[in-house]
Design a protein around this ligand. Structure first.
Ligand SMILES: Nc1ncnc2c1ncn2[C@@H]1O[C@H](COP(=O)(O)OP(=O)(O)OP(=O)(O)O)[C@@H](O)[C@H]1O
Length: 884
């Protein structure tokens, strides 16, 4: 019933887009007749229409028709109607769920183009550098053709180029670069160092990976702190002698450790301390982390050791998270466990969760093949609606029911058997595993079966090579084992991907070190083609060496050569000839294979474990049956799988017993699949709660961060920071007088006020506040402020003599430095507060409310502290005094 309602409501929305698409289609012939120049000039016309009061919706139909025509001219791709719908959804600030291979990259160009016309800049966000580069070079050509500028941010891009890339109309960038640049921009000491412009519109590719999977770990910029490293080594030894279920319990569901009463006493005795929970000398966190590292974090599943360092592996996506560290000492605990150098604990200088970061965009949108299962989270946290777009061609994938084995051994054997069967009939197979360790296990097994196969490990430096493998994973009898399929970027075309291989050969020959003779990919081509190719390259030799192309420039030239955009560049024309020659020969080979493979049933996807989230399973499944291709998928499970063991309870084991399943026969039943799905839903709900909690706690910090960043920006932008210092001074004097007033009964305070103000003004010993002034606190305040101004004027005049403008620089520097230092300390306190909130018991009270209250107090304290320190630092600065 609900399903029906849900489907019909989605359908209604999709139907509502049909008339718009119809209008776009109606313009097609008109667009086709326009010369390139006129088509390009449309961008300028749209911009002026927008300036004259029309809005983006008014020009959507025409703009999309223009992009469709440009796409056809530049890339040879005609945007499908369903892609138009996807683009409308993006423009409306929603999420378009479009199945794998439906061409989401192209969809983004339409919404990107339209929104960029407003002149505010559009960010297209991808999960890795490789995809950002690929997309900017590939579909970015459409924008360029239409006269828009395209920027690309890559990890090592220097600041100057980075800034230029952000200033472009459309900027391709990864989520982490984008987030870190935001944090760094809020740590700079001058406006010229800021690289990002104001946020306007953002399109997130693989939006679920970024807004859900990655949202569990906040972005953190940190620097060294002085936390004691030896505590990690000591607690590691301690953890080794503690016994599970005696000294501590492991909550696998919550991935948490609970110390028992006996455990607490044991630890206190072992460490010779009185209170494990003492905030002044905290131990408990070190102990819990040491046990966690031992019990809940497994090498090659949750992390790998690379160059003697612990590197996180995202357990959802299998992606290696270089440079990211677990926070709160967990990373150090794992380093201690693995006997690698324990890196000094870092102090957080700046941090933000992805949730709060992306909410900074006034308009946010995203696309993915898998979002519907998480739609309520996307709606509640990000206010993003998910709309499923129908596929261009009907889906022909067969989804076979899961097979459940009584143990792991039988399961892997059955997987290898299935690979063998597919290999024999010539069907390509893709096997998804959940960890590097398991993919290696299967690889060994396939070696025993003598099945040739490719193994993809998730290392980021291999992304490009992996795309090579994935691009050919649809070839006859190919078997590919991959830890994760999200963010691989290249779709699996049955029989092989000729355009990908042709382009990659050009890259190898022109940028890589290979030659026509030794390039292994070229071995499949005829001698004649190789000779012709060699001739083309030889003829280009002088051109190639006469100009010193950077690698990026060369890559751009290759990208243009591999598409259809008109060019009069001699080098690009020749490269295009080479490309077409390679492409055509591969196309001939691949098209035969394609026919064979399609007849045999297409790509077969094997899942080796149900993931904790249905979404990740769907990502894998979705690789088969792209764009109406035949294909199938099957999951092989065992009762020992984590999901079944932890969340399936005894239900599944009982079911298997009841059905009298012996060791060798797998069980295949809908009842079982339902139990599994229920188990997955439980896990999804659990992780959602965790993310929600991270978000709720970060929201408290978020409003404080916003306030601090806004204040920082105000100072940075100010050409006259003196006003700000004087505001702080007034507020400080207010505080001093209020304090003095409340303690006025005490005669001693009379003297104190004089001393305090004398100290503040760095005045001579003879300084004295006249007695009359004490009678009226308002007058008193006015008088002191006046003294501050006079004092300040004198300093300013003195400094102006030494170096004009120096005072303004000093003011800015003092202000920013004090804010930054205070914010760093504040972050540390907030972290400790969060931890301690978790340990304390609040009876009926909501810990979050308690956290909010205490966080507020801490913030006020911090602000007051900043004002005071700035005022004292400036008024008492040696640099600013004549007498020193
Ligand atoms: N309108 C179109 N006409 C023909 N081919 C298209 C069209 N749009 C996209 N394609 C092709 O479809 C393939 C897949 O495109 P793309 O990688 O953008 O898909 P995707 O939806 O992002 O898939 P994934 O979920 O794997 O990321 C590409 O090879 C692209 O050339």
């Amino acid at each position: 019933m609900f399903n029906f309602l849900f489907n019909s409501s989605n359908q209604r929305k999709i139907n509502s887009y049909a008339p718009i698409v119809k209008k776009i289609n109606a313009l097609e012939i008109e667009m086709q007749d326009l010369p390139d120049k006129v088509l390009r000039a449309k961008s300028v016309q749209f911009k002026s229409r927008l300036q004259n009061g029309e809005n983006l919706d008014d020009i959507l139909v025409e703009a999309f028709a223009v992009v469709r025509e440009a796409g056809l001219r530049v890339l040879g791709l005609r945007v499908f109607d369903v892609q138009m719908m996807g683009a409308i959804i993006l423009h409306q600030g929603k999420i378009a769920e479009m199945k794998t291979g439906e061409g989401k990259t192209l969809v983004a160009t339409l919404a990107g183009y339209l929104n960029a016309l407003s002149g505010e800049g559009v960010h297209v966000v991808t999960v890795n550098d490789y995809l950002a580069k690929r997309d900017s070079e590939w579909v970015g050509q459409i924008h360029k053709f239409l006269g828009l500028s395209v920027g690309l941010i890559q990890q090592a891009l220097p600041k100057v180029e980075r800034k230029l890339a952000y200033q472009c109309d459309v900027t391709y960038v990864t989520n982490s670069e984008l987030g870190f640049d935001y944090l760094k921009d809020n740590m700079v000491l001058s406006m010229s160092e800021i690289v990002q412009n104001k946020f306007a519109f953002c399109i997130i590719d693989e939006v679920d990976s970024i807004l859900i999977d990655e949202a569990r770990t906040p972005l953190i910029i940190s620097g060294p702190s002085e936390a004691p490293i030896e505590k990690y080594s000591r607690t590691k030894l301690l953890a080794n002698i503690l016994s599970k279920d005696v000294h501590y319990e492991v909550d696998e569901k919550a991935r948490n450790i609970i110390l028992t009463e006996q455990g607490t006493l044991f630890c206190e005795e072992y460490l010779s301390i009185n209170n494990l929970y003492d905030l002044e000398n905290p131990w408990v966190q070190y102990i819990l982390n040491a046990i966690k590292a031992r019990e809940l974090f497994t090498k090659d599943v949750h992390y790998i050791i690379r160059d003697k360092e612990v590197v996180i592996v995202d357990e959802f996506t299998g992606r290696i998270m270089s440079g990211r560290r677990w926070s709160d000492g967990l990373h150090q605990a794992i380093e201690a466990k693995e006997d690698v150098v324990i890196q000094q604990e870092n102090q957080t200088y700046a941090s933000i969760t992805y949730q709060n970061f992306f909410l900074l965009y006034p308009k946010l949108s995203g696309m993915t093949g898998t979002a519907k299962t998480e739609e309520s989270e996307l709606d509640k946290i990000y206010n993003l609606e998910v709309i499923c777009v129908p596929t261009h061609k009907p889906l022909r994938r067969k989804e076979f029911p899961d097979l459940v084995y009584s143990n792991e051994y039988r399961k892997w054997e059955a997987i290898a058997d299935e690979c063998y069967d597919m290999y024999r009939v010539g069907r390509p197979t893709l096997v998804g595993t959940t960890s590097v360790e398991k993919s290696e296990l299967l690889s060994k097994l396939l070696n025993q079966y003598k099945i040739p196969h490719s193994l993809l490990n998730a290392k980021p430096e291999n992304v490009e090579k992996e795309s090579d493998i994935i691009a050919q994973a649809g070839r006859q009898s190919s078997v590919t084992i991959a830890t994760n399929m999200a963010g691989r970027g290249t779709d699996i075309i049955l029989g092989g991907n000729p355009s990908y291989i042709a382009k990659s050969i050009l890259v190898d020959l022109l940028i890589g070190k290979s030659s026509v003779k030794n390039n292994y990919k070229l071995q499949q081509l005829s001698p004649n083609t190789k000779i012709s190719l060699n001739n083309i390259l030889n003829a280009l030799e002088t051109d190639l060496h006469s100009v010193d192309f950077s690698m990026l420039e060369m890559e751009k030239k290759i990208s243009i050569a591999c598409e259809q955009v008109l060019t009069d560049d001699k080098l690009e024309i020749q490269l295009r000839k080479a490309y077409q020659m390679i492409f055509e020969e591969f196309e001939t080979i691949f098209s035969k294979e394609r026919e064979y493979v399609s007849q045999a049933g297409g790509l077969h996807v094997i899942g080796t474990e149900r993931h904790e989230s249905r979404r990740i399973d769907n990502q894998l499944r979705g690789r088969a049956g792209r764009q109406g291709d035949p294909g199938s998928s099957r999951f092989f499970l065992s009762v020992d799988d984590n999901l079944l063991r932890i969340f399936g309870g005894n239900k599944i084991a009982d079911l298997m017993q009841a059905l009298n399943v012996d060791n060798d026969t797998p069980m295949e039943s809908t009842l079982l699949s339902k139990s599994l799905e229920a188990a997955q839903k439980k896990v999804e709900a659990y992780f959602y709660d965790t993310r929600k909690q991270v978000f709720e706690y970060d929201q408290v910090l978020n409003s404080q961060r916003q306030a601090i960043y806004a204040e920082r920006r105000r100072i940075l932008e100010s050409s006259y920071p003196r006003d700000c210092v004087l505001q702080y001074a007034e507020s400080t004097i207010d505080d001093i007088i209020t304090f003095w007033l409340t303690s006025k009964e005490n005669p001693e305070k009379f003297v104190n006020l004089n001393i305090k103000i004398k100290y503040l003004l760095n005045a001579a010993d003879t300084f004295s506040i006249s007695k009359d002034l004490y009678k009226d606190s308002e007058e008193l305040k006015k008088w002191i402020i006046e003294q501050v101004r006079i004092n300040y004027d004198l300093r300013e005049a003195y400094l102006e003599q030494i170096k004009p403008g120096l005072i303004r620089q000093l003011e800015k520097y003092y202000l920013l430095q004090q804010i930054d230092n205070a914010w760093k300390d504040h972050l540390q306190k907030m972290g400790a507060l969060r931890d301690s909130i978790g340990w304390r018991s609040y009876g009926q009270q909501d810990p979050l409310v308690e956290y909010k209250n205490e966080a507020f107090n801490l913030f006020i304290e911090m602000i007051t502290h900043v004002k005071h320190t700035v005022v004292y630092a400036i008024l008492r600065s040696r640099l600013m005094m004549k007498n020193d």
